[in-house]
Design a protein around this ligand. Structure first.
Ligand code: C2O
Length: 498
């Protein structure tokens, strides 16, 4: 565990989280990376130091703090080619930002598909005045449950595969097993009978979506993506790449071991021999694998029921299509590349923020051509994401940087909710043709913000766009930009920050 003022060293190391040895790209030398643990209103000062050396994987890096809104600090968002140039080997970059957000977040590489090679970890901002504390006050709320896929080949190799890429294993808290592999240790979550726990569940996956169940136990959702929710009890929880939840688990069963199952939507879906599982261990239970079985589902997850505890209505006129700015983003696929409104995203040679700051060209000339949506300040923006079935490989978890947004229409439910929608930063586009997921936010945060599918292989294949927001308010952002920021970029780039 590290604090909000810290150094985060990115280096290569050989690890075997599922029993198979491979070189990985790691934050702090471990997988997942160290928990960054902060308290509400802490100031963050994180120096990312690039010590990468393994030439079989990308040598540059950048680290993004997923879900942190970076109000007035777009430059610190950590997105290569959007808000900064990648950090070359033997260089470092200091991220300084503050937030009043609380809840469950994570950090990951935002350079190529590097986070699939290991660079991902949890970030939690604790709230001393947590409105839900009475529901779990016997625990120190320290339980973390990260769910990730894992690959035996570096992504440089995987990215050359035409067609679907499948993970070799699933890791919970960085431990797992693969089919035919050794009986590697599994993650153990320790509980005491009679107590209530807040589990923070983090979807750190590069590709599969996972459905979480715990044999013999139900879960009460109290947080989604850093937003407190009205408690909602379920017996299964879909966790898409990039999404986070807090759930309350009551250890109210006989003292024993129970399987924690995370069923992936692709790859090997078996639970035999401990695949896709961790162990919930009651104090006093023997140290052995559980023999529990899953029960029937009686409390399925219903996304439309998620509501923010603070009851914040969606901004703007409460009718679909009646925001100040209404943008329809149609996802597709052309020759293996993903598209949004027929354009496949490519990294620009110069970060979008530097282009915007230089003021050198007309907004519509901003690169990447056709992927940049210019948004004026202080407007209500509505984004609709019609699911035409053309973008294969869903459900696509669509993530917007710089904001949480009000999901006024969720997948699988055509009735909009403007009254008490859930606010989050990563939403499923749905799996049914005709789903038309819709969300809103206000353009109160200047800078270019990445919008993309959080399946990292899809992002790498162009499933992204850039929301270039409130250009005329960028001077507020430039005030805090450190000198080292522009110096990461090649000196022969045609732009300078003015
Ligand atoms: Cu968690 Cu642009 O990403």
């Amino acid at each position: 565990t590290i604090g909000p003022v810290t150094e985060l060293t990115i280096a290569n190391r050989v690890i075997a989280p599922d029993g198979f040895k491979r070189s990985a790209t790691l934050a702090g030398g471990i997988f997942p990376g160290p928990l960054i643990k902060a308290q509400k209103n802490d100031n963050f000062s994180i120096n990312v130091v690039n010590q990468l050396q393994d030439k079989d994987m990308p040598l540059s890096t950048s680290v993004h703090w997923h879900g942190i809104q970076q109000q007035k600090t777009n430059w610190a968002d950590g997105t290569s080619f959007i808000t900064q140039c990648p950090i070359p080997p033997n260089r470092s970059f200091l991220h300084q930002f503050s937030t009043n957000q609380t809840g469950t977040f994570w950090y990951h590489s935002h350079f190529s598909t590097q986070y699939c090679d290991g660079l991902r970890g949890p970030l939690v901002i604790y709230d001393p005045d947590d409105p839900h504390k009475d529901l779990y006050d016997v625990d120190d709320e320290s339980t973390i449950l990260t769910i990730s896929d894992w690959y035996h080949d570096p992504t440089i190799v995987l990215n050359k595969i035409l067609g679907p890429i499948t993970n070799n294993s699933t890791l919970i808290n960085g431990l797992g097993r693969y089919p035919g592999g050794p009986l590697s240790p599994l993650a153990v979550i320790n509980v005491e009978q009679g107590k209530r726990y807040r589990f923070r569940v983090l979807g750190l996956s590069c590709d599969p979506s996972y459905n979480l169940t715990i044999d013999g136990h139900i879960m009460t959702i109290i947080e989604a993506d850093g937003v407190e929710t009205i408690p909602e009890t379920v017996d299964s929880l879909p966790v898409l790449p990039g999404q986070r939840y807090s759930v309350i688990v009551h250890a109210d069963q006989p003292v024993a071991n129970y399987w924690v199952r995370v069923l992936p939507n692709l790859g090997n879906q078996s639970f035999s021999g401990g695949l896709n599982q961790a162990i919930l261990r009651y104090k006093g239970a023997p140290e052995e694998d559980p023999t529990s079985s899953p029960g029937p589902s009686t409390l399925p997850f219903n996304e439309a029921k998620l509501a923010s505890l603070m009851n914040i209505p969606a901004p703007g006129v409460p009718e679909i299509g009646k925001a100040d700015i209404n943008i329809n983003l149609v996802a597709g696929n052309v020759n293996g590349l993903f598209t949004i409104n027929n354009v496949s995203y490519h990294n620009p040679p110069t970060p979008v923020l530097l282009q915007m700051l230089s003021g050198a060209q007309h907004p519509s000339d901003l690169l990447p051509n056709g992927s940049v949506y210019e948004l004026p300040p202080n407007k209500v923006v509505e984004i609709t994401l019609p699911n035409t079935g053309a973008a294969l490989g869903g459900p696509h978890p669509m993530h917007l940087h710089g904001h949480k947004f009000a999901v006024v229409r969720v997948a699988g439910n055509s009735t909009p909710n403007f009254v008490n929608p859930i606010w989050r930063d990563t939403v499923s586009m749905g799996t049914t043709i005709g789903d038309n997921v819709t969300f809103r936010f206000v353009t109160d945060n200047a800078g270019p913000w990445f919008f993309h599918c959080h399946i990292d292989f899809h992002l790498n294949n162009g499933f992204a766009a850039v929301m270039a927001e409130a250009r005329n308010q960028l001077p507020i952002v430039s005030e805090s930009i450190p000198d080292t920021w522009a110096s990461l970029c090649p000196t022969d780039n045609p732009y300078t920050a003015s």
